[in-house]
Design a protein around this ligand. Structure first.
Ligand code: AMP
Length: 192
């Protein structure tokens, strides 16, 4: 089966109390996604790196789909300028809809929410529920420690090589997107 990348989901931090370089990097990724004619799917908030990536993708002429639970519309300040905003009942529906709408998943720097979303998609891939490519946007080496920990888990026998290699780890947003595009277009049996 061949898949063309059309919609990319980005999980990223909602905190605004982060170094400016993370917000700038989120903007760069949003711009690159739009330049590659891809639609951004994200959590629908207008705060932190989430707001930054959405604004940049929209400013570069891209389409952006947000998915936010009704309980967070005020807390995370739902973005009012998106191409589409889906307001769902709860976190489970949010993750399920984001997964369904997207052909690939990227985790950018973020906190517990970002990691939880990333690992849910990774465990679904491990179980064979999807074969969509996944990436880590390694701004400022943010994910080096996580990749090191996963390598440790593999060495200790808890993780297979194939599952460790699920994570395409890149500092350059352009390279990351192009890697995901290549993986999505390869016959999935070859890489999965
Ligand atoms: P954080 O990385 O903690 O700043 O969170 C990033 C985004 O993930 C925010 O929009 C959170 O609402 C969201 N999030 C946190 N926990 C969950 C969850 N269990 N399911 C879905 N989204 C979540």
């Amino acid at each position: 089966m061949k898949t063309k990348l059309t919609r990319v989901c980005v999980y990223c931090g909602s905190s605004s109390r982060v170094n400016q370089s993370y917000l700038d990097a989120a903007r760069e990724l949003g711009m690159v996604i739009a330049q590659h004619k891809l639609t951004l799917v994200y959590g629908g908030a207008n705060v932190g790196c989430m707001g930054a990536i959405a604004d940049a993708a929209l400013a570069a002429g891209g389409d952006v789909i947000g998915v936010i639970p009704k309980g967070l519309v005020e807390k995370e300040v739902a973005h009012q300028g998106l191409t589409e905003l889906h307001i769902v009942d709860d976190m489970h529906q949010r993750k399920a809809l984001m997964a369904e709408l997207s052909d690939a998943f990227i985790a950018a720097p973020g906190g517990l929410g970002t990691l939880e979303e990333l690992f849910e998609m990774a465990t679904w891939a491990q179980l064979g529920f999807h074969t969509k490519p996944m990436g880590l946007y390694n701004v400022n080496h943010f994910f080096d420690g996580l990749v090191g920990f996963l390598s440790h888990a593999r060495q200790e026998g808890f993780l297979a090589d194939a599952h460790l290699s699920l994570f395409n780890c890149e500092q350059s947003p352009k390279q990351l997107i192009e890697q995901l595009e290549t993986q999505a277009s390869i016959s999935q049996d070859k890489w999965w």
